[in-house]
Design a protein around this ligand. Structure first.
Ligand code: H79
Length: 433
């Protein structure tokens, strides 16, 4: 058993060496990491020609659609209501500070005007517009940072060979050269990092499709950091971060949790953390999925992330017409309304020293420790707290005093004056450390 473990450790170690070894983040990269953490809330956008099928972004593989048949969707893609301004406005109204859009998902279709494949929105659709460029422009105008999701996995290209664990039923018979594929990705990433203004982050996905392939991530990451040293690199590989990465991604789970089954292979690193999550059960547009989280659940997700030192990247899946589904827009507005009052207890904070519990979480900004009570269990809340002097406790929303008492290792709050049915009862403690 011991030897097996040693082998696993060595093997994982070797895999990491394939990433950007000896990586020293540039000063602007370190600043970006802080700004990224300060922003805490972003919008994930999953949009592609798959939206026309109304069955999520995995439809091609889930239904074993031949890639040549699938490609015909492009000829009918005309999102007549696409409006970058409306998308950015929706993100802003929600209190989001950045947008991460799928520049190319696993289906292999590029949502930007690339010179390296004609299978892209400008050349292959009657719409003919570079929606990523329009979004980039609008983001700059409205002060929202832009991140690019970029799939390492491809279900259409022949040079994505040998095939991985997914996409085996998409009808590819000819074999291309893996090195061509790596070159293609480097070229596309160079386009994205030179033609679209400042990029906040590149968000990789799909590595797990061929976990033991020679991805040459060192080259890919180095290209990104050379072109834009402040651009953060993240990779949703569900493992511990590799060298060259600037933040750690968690999918459909908060850091430390593994309800969705993607996070068994990763513990929490010292890098900035980001949890991505769907608003219903699907990333790409689904015409049948009405299983939306409530506004309260979404606020809890955001606050629970902040209390675990993580950002929340909350997804929307625009329709084939280019509009964000109404059910998503309504929720974004409501979360935004809440953030107008409580944003100060989320933005610019780091996890507080009171560990998350069934009751809720804490966040901190300077001497201000925000206790977010997400689940009330009686009128007295006793929390572990050591090494600080509690000077005051007030209800954040109206500054009303909250009676409290301290013991050596704890603080007790009397919540009797606070309604028990609030989404999040925020108590602000002034704690001098
Ligand atoms: O873009 C969205 C999804 O399309 C993508 N990531 C989010 C952000 C995603 N791809 N796959 N998944 C989510 C689910 C992952 C399934 C996996 Fe497996 C289970 C990966 C590794 C184990 C199945 C078996 C796929 C590869 C091996």
């Amino acid at each position: 058993m011991k030897y097996v473990c040693l082998f696993v450790v060595l093997w994982l170690g070797a895999g990491r060496l394939a990433a950007q070894s000896g990586y020293q983040p540039a000063p602007e990269n370190l600043r970006s990491r802080e700004a990224f953490q300060d922003s805490r809330f972003g919008m994930f956008i999953h949009w592609g020609i798959y939206s026309m099928l109304g069955d999520g972004e995995w439809a091609m593989t889930n239904k074993n659609i031949d890639c040549r048949e699938y490609a015909k969707l492009a000829g009918g893609f005309y999102p007549s209501k696409f409006d970058a301004k409306a998308w950015v406005q929706a993100a802003k109204d929600a209190g989001m500070k950045y947008i991460c859009i799928t520049s190319r998902h696993h289906d292999g279709f590029s949502m930007f005007g690339t010179r390296y494949s004609d299978y892209n929105i400008v050349e292959a659709t009657p719409y003919g517009r570079d929606v990523v460029r329009e979004l980039a422009k609008e983001c700059r105008k409205q002060g929202i940072r832009l991140h690019f999701y970029y799939s390492l996995l491809d279900w259409t290209r022949e040079d994505y060979y040998p095939l991985g664990t997914t996409g085996q039923g998409t009808g590819r018979t000819a074999h291309g050269d893996w090195n061509d594929y790596l070159g293609f990705m480097n070229n596309q990433l160079t386009e994205l990092l030179t033609g679209y203004g400042p990029v906040g982050a590149v968000w990789f996905d799909g590595w797990w499709d061929k976990a033991d392939a020679d991805w040459q991530l060192d080259k890919i990451y180095a290209t990104i950091h050379r072109l834009q040293p402040g651009c953060l690199v993240g990779n949703n590989h569900h493992r511990e971060p590799f060298p060259g990465e600037d933040f750690q991604a968690f999918e459909q789970d908060l850091p430390g949790q593994n309800t969705a089954g993607h996070s068994a292979g990763q513990t929490i690193s010292a890098l900035p953390l980001e949890t991505c999550a769907t608003m219903n059960g699907t990333w790409g547009y689904s015409i049948t999925d009405r299983n939306y989280k409530s506004v309260a659940a979404l606020i809890h997700l955001l606050v629970n992330a902040a209390g675990r030192n993580a950002n929340l990247l909350l997804n929307v899946g625009p329709q084939p017409d280019g509009e964000i589904p109404q059910a998503s827009l309504e929720r974004l507005r409501e979360v935004g309304r809440w953030m107008k009052t409580y944003g100060e207890t989320v933005y610019g904070t780091r996890a507080g020293e009171i560990a998350p519990g069934a009751w809720g979480v804490s966040t901190r900004k300077g001497d201000r420790l925000f206790v977010h009570v997400l689940r009330r269990d009686g009128d007295t809340l006793s929390l572990p707290l050591t090494g600080g002097v509690v000077r005051s406790a007030v209800r954040f929303a109206d500054r009303a005093e909250v009676p409290f008492s301290v013991a050596t290792d704890s603080v007790s709050l009397d919540l009797s004056g606070i309604p028990a049915d609030e989404i999040d009862s925020v108590i602000e403690l002034s704690v001098r450390r």
